[in-house]
Design a protein around this ligand. Structure first.
Ligand code: GCB
Length: 599
């Protein structure tokens, strides 16, 4: 009984909630940080006995206590320091054979010392952890985070000690019917601390977040806001863009927020000229630096306009699968390889499927001039009627936008992939769209939808969701799941909406190096032929404004067991997981070169 009360008290007094409400710290790159990457001690805990007691109640003496026997008769049934270790960042599945198919809980522990200076605050920042994460410092709970692909942070100012801190993180990647994503996906459920972990130091009152972007529809008017957190909320803040001769001052209100608003003569960001400006946000007590590009993105009828000019999105889909080594991608080098291949293909656009990717991808896209579609894992059969599922999706959407809202490369936020029509689904997705628009008026909203046949030769885009989107994403697998490649030749496409359409997926599987004639499945020749027929069909769609074939590189999927061909890989890549280009790569490249010359 006593221990039940103690647990209740512990849970109730968790400082986590407050810490989390503080929201994501913008641009940790621009701050003093200490990396916690490297080896972490780990305990594999399939029954979560480090969390629950034998009555399945949260235990007051869970592994987060990092207890050690005090005498030789003491009973402690775990020990981080003599358990295994895993590398962070990194999924656990590809670090040990026994973890390849593992879905459950692993506890991580990292010790560190930190001499915090007076008048500073300290946060622990996670790039991502898949999927449900409980974080403890020195035995105290900081909070919980749900969602496998977005960044989060907790404040540890009052808990951190000069020496001997132990940070303990429980990561659970069990799939759940009510989660986002839900039970069924077509990618590997890589678990663990999959992205960088760092300590972030700030002044007592600091520039917590900001949005500095061109006003929608404008090419010279910057608007946005800056938000301070701390106890000196009322301050003068200055936004400087030295190269554009900008230095503008504003005053934050009692909530620490200032609206910003000014004109500037700017070289606009575009794939041909991915200009980024050094921007300084200076408060009286803090300052941060960022590199920000400015561009406008709009639609007009069936056109997508970048900086006022119609543009065709020459794209490709990408999973966050590590090139060459496999596993979750997490590094700048991974981002350079993947986006380098996209460039080589002739792309000016990537669809980052099916969840927010690591920040290196977005920053690299900003530098390379590649436009980005970023999405949340509202995929297939989400529990549309469940309010907690909606709340979870909404939170993942907020966190995606929070991290990347200042990146010029990101032109599209997408809220869903191939979701089945129903009233409940429509109402769920409408709420997400409204929410995204309330956080960011500037970008285009989309979703990858399905289409259907109104007669055997006519494909129709008429999903009611289309009414609420700016750009209609459409997935189709003519020639793979839907008939043979030649079927594409006789198809006509129609749409109910006067809006741009992006073919957000099409393609088929081929095992690199597997050859045969064009009608033999899994061969490079089949895939090549499929792409040829696809492209001649796509060229005939008058309202098409972009293509993103599925997919740049083969990726792991538990749904793909066919021995010797798939071996748990989805083989629809234009490039194999070892980096070899398949024949279809060159078909797509030729098409993009042609388009690139016209544009
Ligand atoms: C789709 C899904 C994607 C799958 C792909 C496939 O429609 O959106 O996640 O991986 O098809 O290969 O079947």
């Amino acid at each position: 009984m006593k221990s039940v009360i103690l647990v209740a008290l512990l849970l109730a007094s968790a400082p986590s909630i407050r810490a989390q409400q503080l929201g994501l710290i913008a641009n940790t790159d621009g701050r003093k940080t200490v990396s916690l990457d490297g080896q972490w001690q780990t305990i594999i805990d399939p029954y979560e006995s480090g969390y629950y007691d034998y009555r399945y109640q949260p235990s007051a003496n869970g592994f987060f206590r990092n207890a050690k026997p005090k005498s030789k008769s003491d009973l402690i049934e775990y020990d981080f320091d003599s358990s295994g270790a895993l590398k962070v960042p990194g999924d656990w599945n590809t670090q040990a054979d026994q973890l390849f198919f593992y879905e459950g809980t692993i506890w991580y522990k990292k010790s560190f010392d930190y001499q915090r200076k007076p008048n500073t605050r300290l946060f622990v920042y996670f790039g991502a952890a898949n999927y449900l994460t409980d974080v403890y410092l020195n035995g105290q709970k900081l909070g919980q985070h749900e969602g496998g692909f977005t960044a989060f942070n907790f404040e540890i100012t009052n808990l951190v000690r000069d020496t001997g801190n132990f940070l303990i993180v429980k990561v659970d990647n069990k799939r759940r019917r009510d989660a986002v994503p839900t039970l069924m996906t077509d990618w590997w459920n890589y678990g663990g601390l999959t992205r960088n972990v760092r300590l972030v130091e700030t002044p007592n009152t600091f520039v917590h977040d900001y949005m500095i972007q061109l006003e929608k529809g404008s090419r010279d008017h910057i608007s946005g806001w800056v938000k301070l957190s701390g106890d000196r909320l009322n301050q003068k803040i200055t936004v400087r863009i030295p190269e554009a001769g900008v230095s503008k001052s504003f005053t934050t209100d009692a909530n620490g927020i200032a609206s910003i608003d000014f004109n500037a003569n700017l070289r606009l960001w575009s794939p041909e000229d991915p200009k980024l400006y050094d921007v300084a946000i200076e408060a009286e007590t803090d300052q941060v630096q960022d590199q920000i590009g400015f561009r406008s993105i709009e639609t007009k009828g069936t056109d997508i306009l970048l900086n006022g000019r119609p543009i065709f999105l020459r794209g490709v889909c990408i999973h966050e699968e590590a090139p060459l080594r496999s596993g979750r991608a997490y590094s700048q080098e991974d981002a350079r390889t993947l986006l380098g291949w996209a460039k080589e293909l002739g792309a000016n656009f990537v669809r980052l499927a099916h969840y927010p990717h690591n920040e290196f991808m977005i920053r690299e896209a900003d530098r390379l001039g590649i436009m980005v579609w970023s999405e949340i894992p509202v995929y297939w059969t989400i529990l549309w009627e469940n309010p907690a599922t909606l709340e979870n999706a909404r939170n993942q959407l907020s966190e995606m936008i929070a991290r990347d809202k200042n990146r010029a490369a990101v032109v599209i936020w997408s809220v869903a992939n191939e979701t089945p029509l129903s009233d409940a689904r429509l109402s769920f997705l409408k709420k997400l769209i409204e929410h995204a628009r309330s956080l960011d008026r500037g970008r285009l909203m989309s979703a990858a939808m399905e289409r259907h046949y109104v007669d055997p030769k006519t494909q129709m885009i008429d999903d009611p969701l289309g009414e609420y989107l700016d750009v209609l994403g459409c997935n189709e697998y003519v020639g793979w799941y839907d008939g043979l490649p030649e079927k594409a030749d006789g198809l006509v496409w129609k749409t109910k909406y006067q809006k741009p359409v992006v073919m957000s997926e099409f393609g088929g599987d081929a095992l690199y190096g597997h050859h045969g004639d064009a009608s033999t499945r899994w061969t490079e020749e089949y895939q090549e032929n499929l792409y040829r027929h696809q492209l001649s069909m796509l060229k005939r769609i008058p309202f098409l404004r972009g293509t993103a074939p599925w997919i740049l590189m083969d990726f792991r999927s538990p749904r793909r067991p066919l021995p010797k061909i798939q071996d748990y890989w989805n083989r629809k890549g234009l490039i194999s997981n070892r980096g070899e280009k398949k024949k279809a790569f060159y078909v797509m490249q030729e098409y993009y070169r042609e388009l690139g010359r016209i544009q």
